[in-house]
Each structure stands twice: as C-alpha cells, then as structure tokens.
Ligand binder design. Structure first.
Ligand code: ADP
Ligand code: MG
Length: 235
C-alpha cells in the first residue's frame, strides 16, 4: 500500500517523525534537533532528560507549537501542527495545551485563585463554571486553603502548584513542563512530582516533562534521553 493510502496511526498523544530544528546564528548553523522520532501514548507521563544544550527545550517547544521544526512532522492528538497556520496554532495551543515553567510565571498582583481563573476568562468560560473549575484545580494540587493568597506569600513549591493548577484550568489534553522542579529543593521537588503523577492519573492528560532531576525516574512512565539533538535511550 502506498504511504499516502495507509491509514494514519492516530492512537498517539504525541508523535514526531524525523524532526530537525536548525537555528541559524550569523553564518553558523546550530542543529538543536537532529532527526527526533518518538511516539507517546495518551495518559502517560514522559520525562525528557539530557545535558544542558541537548535540545530538550527545543523539542518541548516544537511539540507545544511554540516553535516550528525546520523539517519533519509533529502530530499531537491526530493534528499535524505543520498544517496549521500561525493563527490556528495559537488557538490550538491556548485551548489544548497547558504549559508549566521553571520560574512559575505567575502574575504577582493576582491571588492564586485569580491566576488560575484568568485562563478560563481568556477562554470565555461562564462565571459559574469558572468558579467550580478553579476551585477543583486548586484542590487537586492541595491549595484550597491558599486560594486568596498572592504568589509572594507562598513558598516556591506552593507557587509551582499554582502553576500546575493554572495549566490544568482549561482541561488540556497535553501538559508540557520545562524543568518545573529546577528551582526547588529535593523534598519539594518530590511533592511536585507526586502532584504531576496524580494529575496524569486523575485527569487522564498526557505529560511531557523536561527535567534534570534524578527523582523524576521514580514518577514517570518512561524516560527519554536526549544527547546532541538525538534520542539515545528510552527506558
Ligand atoms: P536544553 O533545553 O537541553 O538546554 P535547548 O533546546 O535550549 O537545550 O538548546 C539546544 C541547542 O540549540 C543549544 O546548542 C542552544 O544553544 C541552541 N539554541 C536554542 N535556542 C536557540 C535560539 N533561539 N537561537 C540559536 N540557538 C539556539
Ligand atoms: Mg532547556
């Protein structure tokens, strides 16, 4: 059967096929990704590990539609990202993907509740469902009692919990986290990894997490190792 007649395998949450990302800096080419092919089943927690500069953030950004590969295909939940124009990609990202960052990225003048609820306002959710979903997400990360506190009144671990609750607000099918425990001590990192595990199990979302953390192996379903822009191991 010719390739174009074959039914598309649509059982994966994330599928990449020979993805390259080459940055041009002056007259130099930097090959950040060199032919990455991977398949990730829905409802799983995958960790991506590798040294600084190995291409982890670039891979995450290509999967989340924040960046476009130089060549190759990225499909998320059956959507081929390269077939979307910038406007479609932005909308898709806003509606279907939750991002979590190392430095939390919370708005400092808003309470935990308001930080989470803002995502639902932007999405145009009605008032009652905004309230319910916001409280549900804060409860899921163990912050119900902290709903009306602002980020500066909270520990780093608590701020990252708000970051997770915020990413979950719109019930994303995909959660992408870039070194979310990078600024936390190991006890707090463990708490956060436990929350990610619970979120994946209870919300049936798919999580791809970049991490240097040794601890992540205990919580993830699988670990992908990147080296110089290539996947060199999967365990
Ligand atoms: P990691 O997240 O594993 O530290 P990155 O994906 O950030 O790695 O970077 C991979 C490689 O691509 C590095 O060599 C880095 O310097 C380069 N790189 C990343 N982003 C850019 C950019 N915007 N312009 C040029 N080079 C970049
Ligand atoms: Mg990085």
């Amino acid at each position: 059967m010719a390739a174009e007649q074959r039914p598309k395998p649509d059982g994966f949450a994330i599928e990449t096929n020979d993805v390259w990302r080459v940055y041009t800096v002056g007259d130099q080419d930097v090959q950040a990704l060199r032919g990455v092919s991977l398949q990730i089943a829905p409802g799983t927690f995958h960790a991506v590990k590798g040294r600084s500069g190995s291409g982890k953030t670039t891979l995450l950004n290509c999967v989340g539609g924040l960046d476009r590969p130089t060549s190759g295909v990225v499909s998320v939940l059956g959507h081929s990202l390269s077939e979307m124009n910038d406007e479609q990609l932005t909308r898709w990202r806003r509606e279907r993907v939750g991002f979590i960052f190392q430095s939390f990225g919370l708005l400092p003048t808003l309470s935990a509740y308001e930080n989470v609820e803002l995502m639902l306002r932007i999405a145009g959710a009605p008032r009652q469902s905004r309230r319910e979903r916001t409280m549900y997400c804060l409860e899921l990360v163990g912050l119900k009692q902290w709903a009306h506190h602002r980020p500066y009144e909270m520990s780093g671990g608590q701020q990252q919990r708000v970051g997770i609750a915020r990413a979950l607000a719109n019930q994303p099918e995909l959660l992408l986290a870039d070194e979310p425990t990078g600024e936390l001590d190991s006890t707090t990192a463990r708490e956060i990894l436990g929350i990610f595990r619970r979120v994946v199990d209870e919300e049936h979302t798919t999580l791809m997490m970049v991490s240097h953390d040794m601890l992540v192996d205990e919580y993830a379903d699988a670990v992908l190792e990147l080296r110089d822009g290539q996947i060199v191991a999967r365990h």
